[in-house]
Structures are given as C-alpha cells and as structure tokens.
Ligand binder design. Structure first.
Ligand SMILES: Nc1ncnc2c1ncn2[C@@H]1O[C@H](COP(=O)(O)OP(=O)(O)O)[C@@H](O)[C@H]1O
Ligand SMILES: [Mg+2]
Length: 411
C-alpha cells in the first residue's frame, strides 16, 4: 500500500473523514484506502449494519440519529471530540444531505475545502436560482415563498403551471406541480411555518438532461452529458421506469449543455470535486439551468458513466480530494462508448431479468429487494436508445410497481 504524501506532515498519511448519513460511496472509501490515506467514516447509528467496505476503513464513528437525522450541533461536538485524537486533513460529504454539515465542520476545524457560503449554492435551490440569474444564466422564473403580495404578483405575471419545491431536498421529494393560485394558497396553508423553506417557479415543459463533471482547481477536466427518459418528476409522481442515457462525448447535443454547466460552476465557485447538474431543454429548444450538486449523481449514474467512459466518478473524486490542490491531478482518458440505464421498483421481491438477454447488457442490479435495474452499452447511441425504448415497454409489463413519493427522506 502506498502512503498518500502529506505536505503538512510528511510522516503521517492524509486522513480523510467521510460523512455519510446514507449508505453510499464505498468506492470513494476504497480509493482513499488504496491511495494510502487514513480513512475515517462518520455515519448514522442506524446504518451500522450496512455493507460498508470495512477492510478500507480505519475507524467508524456513529452519530445518534433520532428521527433519522443528525443535528449539526451534535456533528460539530462529535467531530471535535474525535479530533482530540485524530488529525483530520479532508472532510468529504458522500451524500447531498451531508454537504452543509461537511462545510460547517470544515469551517469549525479550519480544514480546507468548500466552506459554508459556497456549499449553499450546491444545496439551496433558491440560492442556485438567484446566483445563476444574477450571472445572466437562463433559469425558469422563480420567487422565494415569503412575501404574500409579491407571490400574488408573481402568479399574475407568470402563467401556470408552477412548481412548488423545497429549497434543500432531492429525488423530487416534496415537489408539487401547481395549476392555479387556489391550488397554491391551499398548498401554502398546509406548509404552515415551513413556507419560507420553499420556492415557487415556472414549470418549463421539456426534456431533462444531466451533466456529470470533474473539476480541479476551477478547471473542468471531464464532463459527460446524458438525457433522462421521462422527466424525473413524472417518473416519481406518476410511477414509471427511470431511464437515462449518455450522449456521445463531443456531440452537438452534448456541447451546449457542457458549456452551460461550465458557466454555472464558474458562477458558483466550484474549486475542486465532482458535480451533478441538471438542465431543461424547453419546447423552444432553449436550455434552462435546473439544479446542481457537489456530489456524484444518484440512482447508479456513477455506473452509467463508468460503463460509457471507464471513469469511476467516486474513485476520481477521492483522488482529487487527496491531491487537494497541492499535487497534480488528471482523470484518465475516457473511452467513447454510449450507455443507458433503467431502474424501477418491482412487484417481485427478487425480480428475474434473465429474459432480458441482449449482449449489450453489461450490468444488472441485484443488491436491493423489489428493485430492478439494467445498464446497456454500445458504441452506437441509436442502439442504446432503441434498447431503452423497448425495455421500458417490457419492464412496465414485467415488473413496474409504484409508491407515492416521500415528502421527506426516509433515512
Ligand atoms: N421549473 C421546472 N419546470 C419543469 N419541471 C421541473 C421544474 N422544476 C423541477 N421539475 C421537475 O422536477 C424534478 C425534480 O426537480 P429538481 O429541481 O431537480 O429537484 P430534486 O432535487 O428533487 O431532483 C425535475 O427533474 C423535473 O422533472
Ligand atoms: Mg433533480
């Protein structure tokens, strides 16, 4: 095992503290270990029996998670206590819900990396919208749910439908499509004193894309654009198969997305890390910035990107965090295949996908009960699209089950 060079203390390996209030990021942790780091994991007590890559972890610390959430105050006290005996060089949030906590901990321990102000742009959808608009980037019309007379004016000016969404959730949780001002006031009534944690925005019908990228010292070193099948909100609210497929690297469809993503990241001050951003292409062909995050995409998007390019975003993220701006970092040259991903809830506890047997299938989900997932790969984007389209029809018949979306995370 090589030892990650530690410029501030040459006799000690770099210690990386990973925060995970959700079970994920094993490949990040393994890469830290492969690079010779001291690897520390802070996770929830309720996740103690998950299949963490224990062989790659030096110490695991558990947070009490009353109501399945940690309090920031507890995390600060817990990590400061840990720091009496552990030197901590990096703090990394493996899940979206840990991004603010990681930033607050960095500020508290004076560990380098993204601080509170920057983290806000990657978590708070209202901050994202306002900053992007101020930089002249295209965003749907929006307003903070705060002042009722301004909200009334907004609804007179911007035609419905609108989207009422929480400022800091993920996975379409808590999002509502609103068709009239009566609908809106009724929804607001239900939100009570939580209103100011929401924004209201224009619903822009169109296709939804995502761009997954790697940044180092403000430079974009790798980006791949992909296109979701049905919009994620429709999949989650109405129940359907979730699909997405990568666009060929350098293609005319991908280029404007990657360019816009670059501008968004510049506006938000992305220094180093990975990001997953989403865009809407409106019916008029115009692109709008939807949202971004300082993490890898969920729902097996890491596996999708690795299938198409050979680049594992978790592992690359670990490498560049360890390099930390002090050592050079470069991702490997990408392979240029295309890949498509399908994921669905299944009626069956152990769904059998053996009837799906095209040679392009390179991955099958098997770790989760009542879930089905496939990844296909081909050098030909049309073939990937064709396979996704035919599998969606078959999977609706064979497996599809649906549960109404959660209002809040269930971890
Ligand atoms: N302004 C909008 N216009 C059209 N669809 C939207 C809009 N905002 C959100 N959506 C839909 O809701 C989904 C989730 O919204 P998003 O802002 O990405 O939040 P989340 O963090 O839950 O993914 C999007 O993928 C899209 O389908
Ligand atoms: Mg989203």
């Amino acid at each position: 095992m090589s030892s990650a060079p530690n410029p501030s203390s040459p006799n000690r390996p770099i210690a990386v503290l990973c925060l995970a209030s959700y079970y994920k990021g094993s490949e990040f942790i393994r890469e830290c270990h492969r690079q010779g780091c001291r690897t520390l994991l802070l996770t929830s007590h309720s996740l103690k029996d998950e299949a963490w890559p224990r062989e790659s972890i030096d110490e695991i610390f558990y947070m009490p998670d009353v109501q399945k959430e940690w309090k920031l105050e507890d995390a600060i006290l817990g990590v400061s206590f840990m720091a009496r005996t552990e030197m901590i060089d990096r703090i990394v949030a493996l899940d979206d819900f840990d991004v603010e906590k990681a930033a607050a901990l960095r500020e508290h321990l004076r560990v380098p990396g993204m601080g509170d102000t920057t983290a806000r742009y990657f978590r708070d959808k209202l901050a994202m919208r306002a900053r992007a608009r101020d930089e002249g980037l295209p965003v749907p019309e929006f307003i903070h749910v705060l002042n009722h007379s301004q909200l009334r004016q907004f609804m007179e000016r911007v035609p419905p439908p609108w989207v009422l969404k929480p400022r800091s959730m993920a996975g379409s949780m808590g999002i509502k499509k609103i068709h009239s001002s009566d609908d809106f006031w009724a929804a607001l009534e239900k939100l009570g004193d939580q209103q100011s944690f929401y924004l209201l925005e224009q619903y822009v019908p169109g296709d939804i894309y995502h761009v997954d990228g790697i940044f180092y010292e403000h430079k974009l070193l790798f980006a791949i654009a992909s296109r979701y099948g049905r919009p994620p909100m429709d999949v989650s609210h109405e129940g359907d198969i979730f699909t997405t497929r990568t666009l060929p690297l350098g293609s005319a469809e991908a280029k404007p997305l990657i360019e816009l993503n670059k501008k968004v990241m510049k506006a938000f001050g992305m220094l180093r890390g990975v990001s997953h951003s989403e865009f809407i292409q409106g019916r008029d062909g115009k692109l709008y910035f939807l949202e971004t995050s300082a993490r890898v995409g969920g729902a097996h998007i890491v596996d999708l990107v690795e299938t198409a390019t050979g680049i594992n975003l978790w592992a690359e993220w670990a490498k560049l965090e360890i390099a930390g701006g002090k050592a050079p970092y470069k991702p490997p040259a990408p392979r240029k295949d295309c890949a498509g991903l399908l994921v669905s809830l299944a009626k069956q506890e152990q769904p059998d996908t053996s009837a799906y047997n095209d040679p392009e299938i390179v991955w099958r989900m098997n770790e989760k009960k009542h879930h089905v997932g496939l990844i296909v790969k081909s050098p030909d984007p049309k073939r990937v699209q064709e396979l996704l389209e035919s599998y969606v029809v078959r999977m609706r018949q064979d497996f599809l089950a649906w549960q109404p979306p959660l209002e809040r995370p269930n971890f």
